[in-house]
Ligand binder design. Structure first.
Ligand SMILES: [Zn+2]
Length: 505
């Protein structure tokens, strides 16, 4: 746990982070520091080592006992500053100073940035960025080899008393959000021998216990059989681990208010099943439960912040393994809504377990809206790279709201299409639908045909009418930063939690 405060009289620290714009004079706080150190920053800028371009950083040693090091951080041009860049700068400075094993750092909050975001928002975003950068999944390493966690963060600013109060409100919310984000990362990073459907259910129960307005129900195989969840049962039958269907209910809204339903794919390891993945594509498949983790993390934060909404989280969870009992290509499974699915490829399993979860939402809940999260397709990653997630919906309003929520907090979404050609691609002669489709060639349009498959289960089973607004977020492109980025370590990155909190608030 990091302890936070404003810089007081005795502000002794290991290093002070000083962000400066490329095209603006130093503000008063930075100017005072510069004067104190006899024009040190001016000298550095003259040497052209450091032009304050965005993400340029340089560490200065000051011979000062109170602040022995200053990390000058370039913010680039003022007009280009935004939340996303600010969080990256904060994160990058934390990771940089941790590389030097420093644990007590100060942070100058520039006047212009306070003005730009407002004190409260600056409190939220700065805190989320610090906590995210401070997180490392290294408990499996020997103690000495682990990242040294920050102990103290001191904020230095010219804010007045009222602004400081707002900043602290934001900071407190930021801590709750970061807790949810880092929970998602912990769950995603945990190895698949530990992270089984049962473990995920236990972790969900732990979250539910923390909040008064939360209830949890975990369905096991007999319940799934009773409900007719043939797709989830089918995918899980090759694994020695029991499948779980986790239902988390948060009642923050009025009694009787229709819930926002969040659905998340929880495949705790995806080998591809009998349609086995090639070795190179099988590593990182522990992350295939991040849709479910995102739902859990989001509801945890929503409850901590007391968001006045009813929210139901549905997390179907199982493991996709090859074995003598595994489901096969050519099998026909029947989903909870009575529709049959021909299995074309057992590696397209995520959409199958979501089919039962979406059917559950359609048949058992009266959703205000349904949004699902899934590390669903490699095709989405090919389309967007790893800093954007794909969003699919017929509902322009949901897409606009999700898009503006993500921009507000510095994450990125991009709308990809649904449409008749994708829906027709998953039609099938011998079952109601098949689990793989292509438009124009092998693998073509894979992200959209997967979304079209899911869409099928959001409709009224008899009439085929749309009965609630639905959006699907394909996380596969964006759930991690590959080997990590300068502002966040590798592994799961918790993408989506803060966007959803912004969306729900
Ligand atoms: Zn798969």
């Amino acid at each position: 746990m990091i302890s936070y405060s404003f810089v007081g009289e005795k502000g002794k620290m290991d290093a002070l982070v000083v962000p400066v714009f490329e095209d603006k004079k130093f503000d008063t706080l930075v100017k005072d520091l510069n004067d104190l150190h006899e024009g040190l920053f001016d000298d550095v800028k003259k040497l052209k080592d450091f032009e304050a371009k965005a993400k340029q950083m340089t560490l200065l040693y000051t011979q000062d006992k109170v602040v022995p090091r200053i990390l000058l951080v370039g913010m680039g041009k003022k007009k280009s500053m935004n939340v996303r860049l600010w969080k990256q700068l904060v994160g990058q400075s934390v990771v940089t100073l941790q590389g030097k094993k420093l644990q007590k750092i100060g942070y100058v909050l520039p006047v212009d940035v306070v003005k730009m975001f407002g004190a409260k928002k600056l409190g939220v975003e700065t805190t989320v960025a610090i906590e995210a950068a401070n997180y490392a999944f290294d408990s499996h390493k020997t103690k000495d080899a682990r990242v040294k966690s920050l102990k103290n963060v001191l904020f230095a600013s010219d804010m007045d008393g009222r602004q400081k109060k707002q900043f602290l409100v934001g900071h407190k919310n930021g801590l709750s959000i970061a807790e949810g984000v880092n929970l998602v990362r912990f769950l995603g990073n945990t190895p698949p021998t530990v992270m089984t459907p049962t473990y995920l259910a236990k972790e969900s129960e732990k979250v539910a216990k923390k909040h008064k307005k939360m209830k949890i129900k975990v369905l096991s195989r007999p319940d799934m059989k009773r409900l007719g969840m043939g797709c989830l049962l089918g995918v899980s039958q090759g694994s020695q681990h029991e499948p779980k269907f986790i239902i988390l209910e948060y009642s923050g809204g009025k009694k009787g208010d229709k819930p926002s339903v969040l659905v998340g794919k929880g495949i705790t390891f995806d080998s591809g099943g009998l349609s086995l993945k090639p070795g190179a594509y099988m590593s990182d498949m522990k992350f295939d439960m991040l849709g479910a983790a995102t739902v859990l993390g989001t509801i945890h934060v929503a409850a901590a912040l007391g968001i006045k909404k009813n929210i139901v989280g549905l997390m179907p969870s199982c493991e996709n393994m090859p074995s003598g009992t595994a489901y096969r290509p050519d099998d026909i499974l029947t989903a909870m809504n009575g529709k049959s699915v021909l299995i074309d490829n057992t590696d397209a399993e995520g959409r199958l377990i979501l089919a039962d979860a979406l059917s559950y939402a359609t048949m058992k809940l009266k959703p205000k809206e349904v949004i699902d999260f899934a590390t669903l397709t490699g095709a989405c990653m090919v389309a967007l790279g790893n800093e954007r997630s794909g969003v699919f919906s017929h509902n322009d309003k949901i897409v606009e709201r999700l898009d503006s929520a993500s921009k507000e907090i510095g994450e990125q979404l991009w709308r990809l299409p649904l449409g008749l050609e994708y829906s027709e691609a998953v039609k099938c002669e011998i079952a109601d639908i098949k689990n793989l489709g292509q438009v124009g060639g092998r693998g073509f349009g894979g992200a959209s045909t997967a979304a079209a498959f899911l869409e099928f289960f959001t409709k009224h089973p008899k009439s085929g009418d749309e009965i609630y607004p639905w959006a699907h977020i394909d996380l596969s492109s964006c759930y991690w930063g590959g080997k990590g980025k300068p502002w966040v370590r590798g592994g799961a990155n918790g993408f989506g939690v803060q966007t959803m909190i912004e969306y729900l608030s």
